[in-house]
Design a protein around this ligand. Structure first.
Ligand code: GSH
Length: 243
């Protein structure tokens, strides 16, 4: 049996939700409310001591790291294949998923934290944000969120993340100018990983990703949304929008 601990269909949770829906793998969904910091509850830390989602539990065995989880799902559940058969193409796919994890997502996340974290922390009763920070197991995450909440990122850092995100979107657009999908003319885990981050760029940073500047990437977003598995993943409950 597959169990998935995940948050809203966005970012790393959406990455894994797309894979299970695209493969048609039945799974038990465990929603983890990040706004309530449930990922740091002692019960959840027993499952993932890093205090992060998504987490896959397959027949009682725990797996973390969304990119690794997706490759595991693709290996264990035969069809439809979400990885090219050709080793060179598979390597290209991994270059994209690595790029998403190392460049696209960090630049987007930092910009998002910079934008939302101060208001989020201010909206909590006095001292509550600090209490929640104390429960974060990863020191680096704790420090970054504390810094973001007091508007502590430097102008230079913010400029760098914006530049990186702009370049990442341009790279995506360039790759899609001649092809429907990122690798080997087939829908792969590269598209899944990229979509999980990129779909949030037009609403959040419309000046970087729009029909005029990046038409091929925008058309690809629509192709992605039209896929039944991706649509099913996006239709999973989203408490953020409901709030
Ligand atoms: N490298 C991990 C990163 C997981 C991650 O950063 N998850 C975020 C949600 S997208 C999270 O749990 N954030 C809450 C926290 O770190 O407290 C992966 O790819 O699964």
């Amino acid at each position: 049996m597959i169990e998935l601990y995940h948050a809203e269909p966005g970012s790393n949770s959406l990455k894994v939700l797309q894979a299970v829906h695209e493969k048609g793998v039945p799974f038990v969904s465990h929603y983890v409310d990040l706004r309530r910091f449930e990922q740091h509850d002692p019960e959840f830390l027993k499952i993932n001591p890093a205090g992060q989602v998504p987490v896959l539990v397959h027949d009682g065995r725990v797996l973390t790291e969304s990119t690794v989880i997706n490759e595991y799902i693709d290996t264990v559940f035969e069809r439809p294949k979400l990885r090219p058969a050709d080793p060179y193409d598979e390597a290209q796919m991994r270059i994209w998923t690595k790029f998403v994890d190392e460049v696209f997502r960090p630049s987007l996340s930092h910009l998002a934290w910079h934008r939302v974290m101060p208001a989020f922390a201010d909206a909590l009763p006095p001292g509550e944000f600090e209490k929640r920070l104390e429960r974060i197991p990863l020191q680096e995450k704790r420090d970054k969120w504390a810094l973001a909440a007091r508007g502590g990122f430097t102008e230079r850092e913010i400029r760098t993340w914006r530049r990186q995100l702009g370049e990442a979107v341009d790279r995506l657009d360039a790759a899609l100018q001649e092809h429907d999908w990122l690798v080997a003319d087939m829908f792969t885990l590269a598209d899944i990983a990229m979509f999980a981050m990129a779909f949030g760029v037009p609403p959040g940073f419309p000046e970087l990703m729009n029909a005029k500047r990046t038409p091929s990437a925008m058309a690809w977003l629509e192709r992605m949304r039209a896929r039944p598995g991706v649509a099913a993943a996006l239709a999973m409950p989203n408490r953020t929008l409901a709030a």
